[in-house]
Write a protein of this length. Structure first.
Length: 362
């Protein structure tokens, strides 16, 4: 091994240590010559090698900076723990995240938890032998206490940066999370319906993931501020197990029960996402409830299902690739040793045909 190759190897190790301490800038050439007792020519050759490997980048007049990438390609793979890699929005979301990370020089490996904490634990244990530099986690049943906080803390102590998607865990209060602005989204949908004249509004939301209660909070706050209330009798909740039954067996009993028990007397309903809204529209048609003439339906999320329904569904959406780009940029910044903060991605309303002004019955 030549002198410059040996120096490059030493610098690679030092860079990784510095990045964990938030230091991304390399010492000057003169400082490196003095510290390692080598010539300027050796230093320049070592820096050039690190540049070709993608480990550092040079900024004219400023010096050399770590890119956050490792010379070991396996160390540039970011695992993502996600609820489901197959159903609904996930293939599109995963493709967006993979593309955004690729633009930063990283690969993505996907682990589907099924929103099950025991599966989550199995994957976390498998990471302990070779802890990744960073990982993305969509929390399992994030309303509830998580039994795997101990493993997350161990991974953190081993240098893994954990970036949460959609929700984080209360047991890790200092976590960084890229999530939807669910409170604002709830307000946005409620205010939209009230402007259309609806005052008796129902909700069907998911209770064991924190997005549901956050959305409920926004809806309630908006209705209260505008002189209306969300009555408990018009509030419906469903569990992950209900969603599993819907996706695996098309078991819609929790939706039909909601229509029979919570929807009576309402002129509008807010659904947790457009998957639930899509099936809600089907069940409403079976019950001979006409949308939007008799009932307006709106929802969070804007996948292909919003357009696939016979009556296209008014929904909230994000700008294209906004969530994936925010995740990739946050991960790359942190692995470069730079500070990062949590972000809430704002919603935008996409108006379609599933809602209409409220007309009181004569």
């Amino acid at each position: 091994m030549t002198k410059y190759e040996s120096l490059a190897l030493k610098l690679t190790g030092q860079i990784e240590k510095n990045l964990q301490n938030g230091i991304s800038k390399l010492p000057t050439e003169a400082e490196l010559c003095s510290r390692y007792q080598v010539s300027r020519q050796t230093v320049r050759a070592a820096l050039a090698l690190l540049g070709r490997q993608g480990i550092i980048t040079s900024r004219q007049g400023s010096g050399s900076y770590a890119t956050g990438l490792s010379p070991d390609s396996q160390r540039n793979t970011i695992p993502i723990l996600i609820m489901n890699s197959q159903e609904y929005i996930y293939p599109h979301l995963i493709a967006d995240i993979r593309g955004a990370l690729s633009g930063q020089g990283y690969e993505l490996s996907v682990y589907a938890t099924g929103n099950d904490t025991s599966t989550e634990r199995k994957y976390l244990l498998s990471f302990l032998d070779a802890p990744p530099r960073g990982m993305i986690v969509e929390g399992c049943k994030s309303t509830l206490p998580n039994p795997n906080i101990d493993l997350y803390e161990r991974l953190r102590s081993l240098g893994t940066f954990i970036l949460f998607l959609h929700s984080s865990y209360k047991g890790l209060p200092d976590s960084i999370c890229i999530k939807d602005d669910n409170y604002y989204g709830g307000r946005l949908l409620a205010e939209h319906l009230i402007r259309l004249g609806h005052t008796q509004i129902a909700t069907l939301l998911k209770i064991d993931d924190i997005q549901g209660p956050e959305r409920y909070h926004g809806v309630c706050a908006s209705l209260r501020d505008l002189g209306c209330i969300l009555a408990d009798c018009h509030t419906g909740w469903y569990l992950s197990s209900d969603l599993d039954a819907l996706e695996s067996r098309q078991d819609t009993r929790f939706i039909t029960n909601f229509i029979q028990n919570q929807l009576q007397g309402c002129s509008a309903v807010i659904c947790h996402d457009d998957e639930i809204a899509y099936w809600m529209m089907k069940e409403l048609s079976y019950a001979s409830i006409h949308v939007p003439q008799e009932l307006s339906v709106v929802c969070f999320g804007n996948s292909y299902l919003s357009d696939l329904s016979n009556i296209r569904i008014t929904s909230l959406t994000h700008a294209p690739n906004e969530v994936a780009d925010a995740l990739a940029e946050c991960m790359a910044q942190r692995l470069r040793g730079l500070p990062v903060v949590s972000q809430e991605i704002p919603w935008q309303l996409v108006h379609r045909e599933s809602d209409a002004p409220f007309t009181p019955a004569l």
